[in-house]
Design a protein around this ligand. Structure first.
Ligand SMILES: NC(=O)c1ccc[n+]([C@@H]2O[C@H](COP(=O)([O-])OP(=O)(O)OC[C@H]3O[C@@H](n4cnc5c(N)ncnc54)[C@H](O)[C@@H]3O)[C@@H](O)[C@H]2O)c1
Length: 428
């Protein structure tokens, strides 16, 4: 099947599905994008990306003028294409269980229309066994022969937000079909991007994806735990990290920060729900989730109270230079500060939520917290702005070491001295 006449549907036009659908279109395929959220369809019909993803607005500009680009609100319409890619949300329930309801709903809508020749490809992050479950469900409910009539595979998405168009044609694409013909159908479709295709079993593809994220989540929990331990021992976490990493050839430890986001915060649950070491990954999650409270407690230890004090929170999104606020720990930090009756001001030039300009946020602040290490919140320029605007005794909280003073908690004047900046106590 050549890509010129290939017809593909993508169900779920979120941060994963929409860039993928646009990329299939960009490779010459006929694409039907499906999403049941009317706001998503309205934005796309008006030619506007609902979120930022580098280079995709240009692809959408082309798509809206193209006869090969169609949109629909109904999952059942996806059956018009031979290849159906599912990029639906796969949250986890709060009691640690994979929530498959979006996938079940879309598959149920498709079931009556599935016919010989269809290929179902799960691109969402899913718990081990889900691809086999979907294949079994289709076979049981429709009596279709999997691998002969209908094909089912998992091709997990491992691209970092903001780098989609760069990574789709470079990152190895893992493809695990429930049988060889299913693997080959999915490999042929994703082969259009030119990245190496790595063939495996569905469960190995599922495990590879969730453990890619578990590795990152645990990797950041270690420096976060170390940061909290250092506070107990009155040690400097950045100096300890430097002692660990300096000229040491066997790996290294990452830097602390606020670690969450929609994938890391829930994907560990897909292992934890059937874990051989129940609680181990839950502990990783608890460490990362404890960081906002650790910061608030650290501020209270130094200032006594934050009640009635102005606290400037810089950054609302879950990571640097993205506009994705979902599952960001900044929101938790703000809620904890509000429970301490602090006067919280927030600045985030990337976030969709309304926030204040940097100057207004810093004006008269008693505490400044760098919650997201956006490129706007870095080094000397930020410190100068804080010195000029915040209160003379402003406490700077910088778990990312964004300013460069290598102190999680330091008075802004101390940071200025550490960085060799001229500082007058009257500033601010
Ligand atoms: N966001 C990321 O960076 C990322 C990276 C790798 C993998 N993933 C995984 O990819 C999957 C999708 O993630 P996302 O961030 O794009 O999710 P999302 O929630 O942004 O997108 C899902 C979309 O599906 C739509 N939808 C839900 N049910 C539907 C239905 N029955 N019919 C039609 N549309 C429906 C929703 O309206 C939404 O727009 C998840 O499994 C996620 O874990 C996400």
């Amino acid at each position: 099947m050549g890509s010129a006449e290939r017809h593909v549907s993508v169900i779920g036009l979120g941060r994963v599905g929409l860039p993928l659908a646009l990329s299939f279109h960009d490779r010459g395929m006929r694409v039907l994008g499906v999403d049941h959220d009317p706001r998503v369809l309205e934005s796309l019909r008006a030619g506007r990306m609902p979120f930022n993803e580098a280079g995709t607005q240009e692809l959408l500009d082309d798509a809206v003028r193209s006869p090969r680009w169609e949109l629909s609100a109904r999952a059942a319409d996806a059956a018009r294409a031979q290849d159906i890619v599912l990029t639906l949300g796969t949250p986890s329930f709060s009691h640690i269980e994979s929530d498959l309801s979006q996938i079940r709903a879309a598959v149920d809508d498709l079931l009556p229309l599935l016919a010989p020749g269809h290929s179902l490809i799960l691109r969402s992050t899913i718990a081990p066994g889900t691809t086999e479950f979907v294949a079994g469900y289709v076979a049981k409910r429709r009596g279709l022969r999997i691998g002969e009539e209908v094909f089912v595979a998992h091709a997990p998405e491992r691209i970092a937000a903001g780098r989609f168009l760069e990574e789709i044609s470079r990152l190895p694409c893992i493809v695990g079909g429930v049988d060889d013909p299913s693997t080959e159908r999915a490999a042929e479709l994703f082969g259009a991007f030119g990245a190496p295709i790595v063939r495996t079993t569905p469960v190995q593809a599922e495990l590879a994806k969730i453990w890619t994220n578990i590795l990152r989540y645990a990797t950041f929990a270690l420096p976060n735990l170390l940061m909290m331990d250092c506070e107990r021992y009155d040690a400097n976490v950045f100096e300890v990290i430097d002692l660990i990493n300096h000229d040491y050839p066997r790996g290294g430890i990452a830097m602390p920060g606020l670690t969450a986001g929609t994938c890391l915060r829930k994907d560990f649950a897909f292992s934890e729900e059937r874990s051989n070491a129940p609680g181990m990954l839950l502990a990783v999650s608890r460490v990362n989730e404890a960081v906002p409270l650790f910061l608030v407690e650290g501020i209270k230890r130094r200032l006594g109270t934050v009640s009635g004090r102005k606290v400037a929170v810089l950054g609302l999104t879950f990571k640097r230079d993205t506009d994705d606020e979902r599952d960001s720990l900044s929101h938790k930090l703000v809620r904890l500060l509000e429970r301490e009756l602090a006067d919280v001001a927030v600045c985030d030039p990337h976030a969709p939520s309304p926030t204040q300009p940097l100057g207004d946020t810093l004006d008269g602040a008693d505490v400044v917290i760098v919650a997201t290490n956006h490129s706007e919140f870095e080094g000397e320029p930020l410190l100068r702005e804080i010195l000029a605007r915040a209160s003379g005794e402003c406490l700077l909280v910088d778990p990312w070491n964004a300013v460069g003073g290598a102190q999680v908690f330091a008075y802004a004047g101390e940071s200025a001295q550490l960085l060799g900046l001229e500082f007058s106590a009257e500033a601010g």
